[in-house]
Structure formats: structure tokens, C-alpha cells
Ligand binder design. Structure first.
Ligand SMILES: Nc1nc2c(c(=O)[nH]1)N[C@H]1C(S)=C(S)[C@@H](COP(=O)(O)OP(=O)(O)OC[C@H]3O[C@@H](n4cnc5c(=O)[nH]c(N)nc54)[C@H](O)[C@@H]3O)O[C@H]1N2
Ligand SMILES: Nc1nc2c(c(=O)[nH]1)N[C@H]1C(S)=C(S)[C@@H](COP(=O)(O)OP(=O)(O)OC[C@H]3O[C@@H](n4cnc5c(=O)[nH]c(N)nc54)[C@H](O)[C@@H]3O)O[C@H]1N2
Ligand code: SF4
Ligand SMILES: [Mo]
Length: 732
């Protein structure tokens, strides 16, 4: 990366939030990386596709110059990217040329986790897997195979496993990410937030961010809309123990004591109700149980909240009034990564209730009603009916879980209850970094008869596999059609831009071949994915050729707000917005959220907080040379007073030790006034210890390794992970 484009990137990702620009000058390393490309067409070729550096799936256009991968930009036709990619998306070409990539299928030759392998052919690898899977089916039933997957690429493997007879599928996006939020909103409005978020940030006149660190969290459309809202002088209120990039754009910054957001939310609602600042008409029409709710929250004054949150009562009052002033275009952002303290679905419910008071659900500047481009599915044979119920949530232990719980499958694998799980099939999720408590994950893996990982790089979870299957990266393959529920209808295609550099294969090919080896070839009546995609597109009067050329097609216009004609219907049992929740009461939970003080760090310890860096995605991009060039390791943010007390120096390398004695890799200290004294902060995803991941090995530290403790949300099984405390080990 030359210095000009580097400066441009940093400017974007640091303090000039919005303008995620399309810059990607080639680093010298990438030149010539495409020596495997069969046809080298002279000149410039533009090939539309969609990005896979994260799950936002921005429409993009990849450029080839003389047959070599040159750069990737946003597709202006795409409503998610509006023609601009975030820094990660622009660096996506580095995924193709990553020298650490997996190149051929591997079978383990020594103990699990030792990372000693032999290279095998695809036939050998898939025969091995099919034989083991058939044996497991005979001995334990097909439900003994569990599938962990994250993202659209898992679609075809899921189809194969459904055909095989299991439905034990889970993704970390529920119990480790947005699950509590979606459950909190479902309980209140009868509908989830979903992804991409249905937040009309662009039109908000007042935007409240609790934690959501937009600008570091780089979900493209949200960041662009946030930049526009800032430009339009929206009143931004940021609540975060750390002065985030978003906080630097805020009119009001509330440096909350970690874990006390419910207290703040209750106090805000107390002010709004006692001063009658809510949307009276809206609540009269759509509210249920408002009186009981109002009576319950009358005790939670700003003065009550002050010692809990550390936020001045007058600031609580002022910000409550500011919110009310702009209603209904006041958006209290629901967040995304909401698995913090184990009371997260109740916190999310409090966020939903505050939005209800503002009348922002279904309104411009609040929460819109997403619309989606519909394409009929492929007419496959019916799947076999599983005999056993899903394994992750026996007896509905977590009564409000609306998706499967990863850690529930892990528990079943450890205990053998409600029935044994004997195989994990893992697609595009690095469970070692994504799930809390690595020891439990490894303990579960040790109980398996078969562990398969499909990945593009030698991730930590791949290191624990019996068989590793190397996938081609997104620039080298087709995937399922893409149409997100959003403000407008659109349909996008991912198509190969360039050949894979080794013996990597796309997920659809792996899924189809495995099905054939399992004797389930009838579930794949098509010969290749082009045929599959074309079949579906023809059903709606399109063709694969046409979509390949355009990249994106647009659907019908549809209303997205109540004021445009959306019917105000709520999918709750009462058909209204439930201020008081009879379903929660019936299940033995608080019908109106209550606050419980979180455990505090012992003396000499600090709460470990973590989040995103603009140029990396979780634990998946650290070996991408373009992104690595912009950020090679993470740092631990330490408040200046604390650093002083411990004699820490800026940029000094230390280790962190948690409450259970787990010691991290070395990590650089960043001394700053931008964080409270009771917590420290680091970017998630670093500290790789997979030996095969040579370039990223040992750079920075892993928050996941330090997350040995977690608190499970009793409503839905989410794992609150902001409950670990660390101290400093100076002997680096
Ligand atoms: N660049 C980049 N962008 C991403 C991703 C990525 O990997 N890279 N991942 C995407 C995904 S899947 C997700 S889920 C989102 C996650 O992004 P968000 O949903 O924005 O995640 P949070 O957990 O809210 O973000 C952490 C922030 O919460 C603050 N925080 C910690 N504890 C508390 C607390 O008790 N109270 C309050 N009010 N704040 C607290 C932290 O200081 C930090 O600023 O990002 C998405 N965007
Ligand atoms: N401690 C801690 N835990 C967390 C979080 C945190 O901040 N801290 N964040 C939570 C959140 S919000 C989320 S959403 C989850 C995210 O959890 P994951 O989605 O599991 O995220 P990653 O760790 O990046 O793992 C993605 C894996 O997919 C692989 N991969 C990338 N591209 C491809 C591809 O094209 N094909 C295949 N087959 N594989 C591919 C990557 O190499 C990597 O191994 O983690 C959650 N867990
Ligand atoms: S937000 Fe960034 S990384 Fe995610 S899909 Fe869009 S451009 Fe790619
Ligand atoms: Mo997430």
C-alpha cells in the first residue's frame, strides 16, 4: 500500500467516518499473483460481485487489468454500498493473494490440535468424511452431526446436511452476537431487528448509541448513514465507557460505568414518563400495559441511577428531553453485538421500550419496515423428518430463543445430553475465537468421532479438525443469490472474478460432491451452480447472463413506514406494543425490565471490554496483507491514571492475566484519556496461535482467550462476555 492510499484509509477509518472510498492501489506482492488465471484478457475488465469481508454483503465491482486482479470498488447500483466499500472491502483482493491460504485438503496424522497433516485429494477427503458420517448415522442417528456455519456460503452444505437428516445447525451470530437484541425487540414489538438493521439512521434527528461503535464497527450502510446524520446536525448521544470514534461526533457523551445501561435506560424512561414527554397518541393507539409499566418505572429516578451509572442526574434529564424533542425521528440504536452481561435481552427490551415511548417503530428516522426481493427456491425433494428434536435447547430451557444456540450444541457435545453429538461440521466460523471459554470448546471437540472444517485460511478451529477442506475465496466463486431485507428491493450476484490459486473448491461444489458420496445425489438435480442460479432466475423472468452483467437488479417500490401505508401490526400476543409483557411474566421473568448491579472487578483488576477495528473483521482478516499493512496487531487501551499508577509506558508490551489465571500473548499498551479507569479495551480477533497462519501468528493478543467466564441469558441462551477481569503482567 503506498503512502497516499494508506493516509486516505486511515482518515476514513479514524475520524472522518463516512466516506468509505474506493481506493485500492495494488501492493507489489499482488502483482503476478494471478498466474493460474487461464485466459488473460488484455485491458480492463469489470466484473460485478458482492463482498464477503463481512456479512453486510455490499455490492462491488472487481477490476482485472490484463487478466490480473487489480482493485475492487463499490457498485453504485447497490443500495447497501451506494458505490463505496469500507476499508476492509477495498482490501478484499488481499484475500485472494494471501500466501497463508489453505491450498489442498488435509487429513490429520497426529493428535487433534497438533496441526500435523497429510495433503490428500478431494476424493480421499470426502470419502473419509462420508464413511465416518455413514457410521455415525448407523450408530447414533443423523442428528449426531452438528453444523456450525456463519454467512451465506453455508447454504449448500446446510442443504446436504438437511438431506442427511440433521437439523442441528447454529451460528455465533445468535447466541454470541445479535440474539438478545432480536429477542428483546420481538418481545416488545413482535418483530426482530434482523440484518442489515432496520434502522433509519440517515433520517434520524436524534440518534442514541449505547456501545454501538459506528465508525469502528464498519457496517457500510450504517456508517454512511451515520455520517449523513452527523452532517445534517442530528443530535448524537453516545453512551460508552470508552470515548469511541462515534463519541467524537456526539453532542452528548455519557461515560457510563460498564454494565449499568439498564439503570440509565430506566431513568431516561422515568423522566420521559413523569414529564409526559412520550408520544401520547402512538401509545394510546398501539401500547399495551402502559399503566403497569409507568407504575413500575416511577421508582427509577435519575438520582437513583447516578451511583450505578456514574452519570450526572441533570445530564440524564437533559438527554431525555433532547430525545423527546425530536420524536418520532429519535432512534435509540438497538446495537448488534449485544451479548455483554447476561441480562442482555432485558436490556434490549428496555431499548425497545424507550423507542416505543418515542413512537419511532415504523416511523421515518426510526425503524423502517424492510422489503425484500423474492426469488422462488429450487424444487428439491423433501428432507427426511428428524426423529430427535434439536439438541441445543432441551425442554426449551431458554424459552425465548428464536434461533439455535451454538453453546447449547457445545454443551450437548460435552455431556452427551439430551443425546450425543459425534461430529462437528464447521463452515466459516472460527469457533475458538467466536465462542466464550476455549477449554469448553476443546473439551467438546475431544468427544467427537469426526471434526471437519471448511475454511480459506488455517484458522485456529481448522487446527482442531480431522479433515480440513480449503475453500476458494469469494472472488473465485459463485454463491447463493443475495437479497437482503432493506429499504428497497434488490438482488445481487456473486460470481468468479479470478481462478483459485490452488486446489481450493467453492462451497457448492463441496456440498454437492459430499451429498453424492453420501448417496444423496438426488438432492442435487443440477449439474453446476450456473444451472441452479439460471433455473431460479428464469422463474422471475431474469437470466444468469443478465444478472452477471448487471451485478444488481432492482425490485418493486414498497412502503417502509407507517406514514407511507404500512399497516401498524405487531406480532406480539396482544397485537400491540407490550410495555408490560404477560409472556415474560408467565415464564417467570420480569415483565418490565429490572436492573441488577453487575459484579465488580476485584482490586487491581479491570473489566475487559472489546470491539472492532475499522480495517479488520473478527479473526478472519489478520493475514490479509493489505489489511495487515494498516493494522498488524492490537493494543490494550489503558486509562492514563491507571497507567501511571502501574508504571506502564506507551507502546510497552505486556501480558494480561484474567481472573482465572489465563495469561494472554504480548500486547502493546495504548495509554489514553479516552477510557474509564475501571476497564481496559482491545480489538477482537488478534493473537492467533495457529502455527500454519504464519503471518499473523503471535501478533497481538486474543480477547477470546481471556473470556473464560460468561453469563448465560436466561431468556434466550446468549453468552454475556463482558464479565471478565484482567490485570497487568509486566514481565513480557
Ligand atoms: N470493522 C468491522 N466492523 C464490523 C465488524 C468487524 O469485525 N469489523 N463486525 C460486525 C459485527 S458482526 C458486529 S456484531 C458489530 C459489532 O459492533 P457493535 O454492535 O457496535 O458492538 P458493541 O459490542 O456495541 O461495541 C463495543 C463497544 O461497546 C462499548 N461497551 C462495552 N461495554 C459497554 C457497556 O457496558 N455499556 C455501553 N454503553 N457500552 C459498552 C465498548 O467500549 C465499544 O466501544 O460490528 C460489525 N461491524
Ligand atoms: N471474544 C469475543 N468473541 C466474539 C466476539 C468478540 O468481539 N469477542 N464477537 C462475536 C460476534 S459479534 C460475532 S458475529 C462472532 C463472529 O464469529 P465468526 O463468524 O466465527 O468470526 P471469525 O472469527 O472471523 O471466523 C470466521 C472464519 O471463517 C473463515 N472464512 C473467511 N472467509 C471464508 C470463506 O469464504 N469460506 C470459508 N469456508 N471460510 C471463510 C475465516 O478464515 C475464519 O476462520 O463472534 C462472536 N464472538
Ligand atoms: S461493510 Fe465492508 S467488509 Fe462488509 S461487505 Fe461491506 S464493504 Fe465488505
Ligand atoms: Mo456480530
Amino acid at each position: 500500500m503506498n503512502s497516499i492510499s494508506r493516509r486516505k484509509f486511515l482518515k476514513i477509518s479514524g475520524f472522518t467516518i463516512g466516506a468509505a472510498a474506493a481506493v485500492s492501489t495494488l501492493s507489489p506482492m499482488i502483482k503476478g499473483a494471478n498466474k493460474f488465471n487461464k485466459e488473460k484478457v488484455k485491458g480492463i475488465q469489470k466484473i460485478p460481485t458482492y463482498c464477503d469481508l463481512c456479512f453486510w454483503k455490499c455490492g462491488a465491482v472487481a477490476y482485472l487489468k490484463d487478466g490480473e486482479l487489480w482493485k475492487i470498488e463499490g457498485n453504485p447500483e447497490d443500495p447497501l454500498s451506494k458505490g463505496r466499500l469500507c476499508p476492509r472491502g477495498s482490501g478484499g483482493i488481499g484475500a485472494h493473494s494471501d500466501p497463508d491460504r489453505l491450498r489442498s485438503p488435509l487429513i490429520r496424522t497426529r493428535n487433534r490440535g497438533e496441526e500435523i497433516w497429510k495433503e490428500v485429494t478431494w476424493d480421499e477427503a470426502l470419502d473419509y468424511i462420508a464413511e465416518k458420517m455413514n457410521k455415525i448415522k448407523t450408530e447414533y442417528g443423523p442428528e449426531a452431526v452438528a453444523f456450525f456455519a456463519h454467512g451465506i456460503g453455508g447454504t449448500f452444505l446446510k442443504h446436504t446436511l438437511n438431506a442427511y437428516g440433521t437439523q442441528n445447525f447454529a451460528a455465533p451470530s445468535f447466541a454470541q452476537c445479535r440474539g438478545p437484541r432480536d429477542v428483546g425487540f420481538e418481545l416488545t414489538f413482535g418483530e426482530a431487528i434482523g440484518s442489515p438493521e432496520r434502522t433509519d439512521i440517515e433520517n434520524s434527528k436524534c440518534l442514541v448509541l449505547l456501545g454501538s461503535h459506528l465508525g469502528e464497527n464498519m457496517h457500510n450502510s450504517q456508517v454512511q448513514e451515520f455520517a449523513n446524520a452527523v452532517q445534517k446536525d442530528a443530535a448524537i448521544i453516545v453512551v460508552d465507557p470508552r470515548f469511541s470514534v462515534a463519541a467524537s461526533k456526539a453532542k452528548y457523551y455519557l461515560a457510563i460505568k460498564p454494565g449499568t445501561d439498564i439503570a440509565l435506560l430506566l431513568a431516561w424512561m422515568n423522566v420521559i414518563v413523569s414529564e409526559k414527554l412520550y408520544d401520547v397518541d402512538y401509545i394510546n393507539k398501539f401500547g399495551f400495559g402502559f399503566e403497569q409499566f409507568a407504575a413500575e418505572i416511577s421508582q427509577y429516578t435519575p438520582e437513583w441511577a447516578y451511583p450505578e451509572t456514574g452519570i450526572d442526574p441533570e445530564l440524564i434529564r437533559t438527554t431525555a428531553r433532547v430525545m423527546s424533542q425530536y420524536k418520532p425521528a429519535t432512534l435509540i440504536h438497538p446495537g448488534r453485538h449485544t451479548t455483554w452481561y447476561g441480562d442482555d435481552s432485558q436490556r434490549s427490551r428496555a431499548v425497545a421500550l424507550l423507542n416505543a415511548l418515542m413512537g419511532s417503530w415504523g416511523r421515518k428516522g426510526g425503524f423502517f419496515f424492510p422489503t425484500k426481493f423474492a426469488v422462488p427456491g429450487y424444487p428439491y425433494p423433501a428432507y427426511p423428518e428428524p426423529i430427535k428434536p434439536k439438541v441445543d435447547n432441551p425442554d426449551k430451557k431458554y424459552p425465548f430463543a428464536s434461533e439455535e444456540i451454538t453453546t447449547g450444541i457445545r454443551d450437548a457435545t460435552i455431556t452427551g445430553k439430551p443425546y450425543p453429538i459425534k461430529s462437528w461440521f464447521v463452515y466459516a466460523t472460527n469457533l475458538i475465537h467466536a465462542l466464550p471459554n476455549e477449554d469448553e470448546t476443546i473439551k467438546a471437540i475431544q468427544n467427537l468421532d469426526l471434526m471437519v472444517v471448511v475454511d480459506v485460511i488455517p484458522s485456529e478451529i481448522a487446527g482442531w479438525a480431522d479433515v480440513v477442506l480449503p475453500e476458494s475465496v469469494y472472488l473465485e466463486r459463485y454463491d447463493e443469490l443475495h437479497s437482503s431485507p432493506f429499504k428497497e428491493q434488490f438482488l445481487g450476484i456473486r460470481q468468479p472474478v479470478i481462478d483459485a490459486p490452488g486446489d481450493q473448491k467453492p462451497n457448492w461444489w463441496i456440498a454437492k460432491k459430499l451429498a453424492e458420496k453420501l448417496g444423496l445425489g438426488n438432492y442435487y438435480p443440477w449439474n453446476n451452480i450456473e444451472e441452479y442460479l439460471d433455473f431460479r432466475l428464469k422463474k422471475i423472468g431474469l437470466s444468469l447472463d443478465e444478472l452477471k452483467k448487471k451485478g444488481i437488479v432492482h425490485g418493486n417500490k414498497a412502503p417502509i413506514y407507517f406514514e407511507d401505508g404500512i399497516a401498524p401490526e405487531f406480532g406480539t400476543p396482544s397485537g400491540k406494543i407490550e410495555f408490560y409483557s404477560p409472556q415474560l411474566a408467565a415464564a417467570g421473568f420480569d415483565p418490565v425490565p429490572k436492573y441488577k448491579r453487575p459484579d465488580q472487578p476485584p482490586a487491581g483488576y479491570f473489566r475487559l471490554l472489546f470491539g472492532r477495528a475499522p480495517v479488520h473483521t473478527f479473526s478472519r482478516t489478520q493475514s490479509n496483507r493489505i489489511l495487515m499493512d494498516m493494522m498488524e496487531e492490537n493494543e490494550v487501551w489503558v486509562n492514563a491514571d491507571i497507567a501511571n499508577r502501574y508504571g506502564l509506558k506507551n507502546a510497552q508490551h505486556i501480558r494480561l492475566k484474567n481472573q482465572d489465571g489465563v495469561v494472554s500473548n504480548k500486547i502493546k499498551v495504548k495509554i489514553t484519556e479516552r477510557i474509564r479507569t475501571d476497564c481496559v479495551y482491545m480489538v477482537h480477533g488478534f493473537g492467533h496461535n495457529s502455527k500454519m497462519l504464519k503471518s499473523a501468528f503471535g501478533k497481538g493478543a486474543s480477547d477470546a482467550q481471556l473470556v473464560t467466564k460468561y453469563v448465560t441469558d436466561p431468556l434466550m441462551g446468549g453468552t454475556g462476555m463482558n464479565v471478565n477481569f484482567v490485570t497487568f503482567e509486566m514481565e513480557a
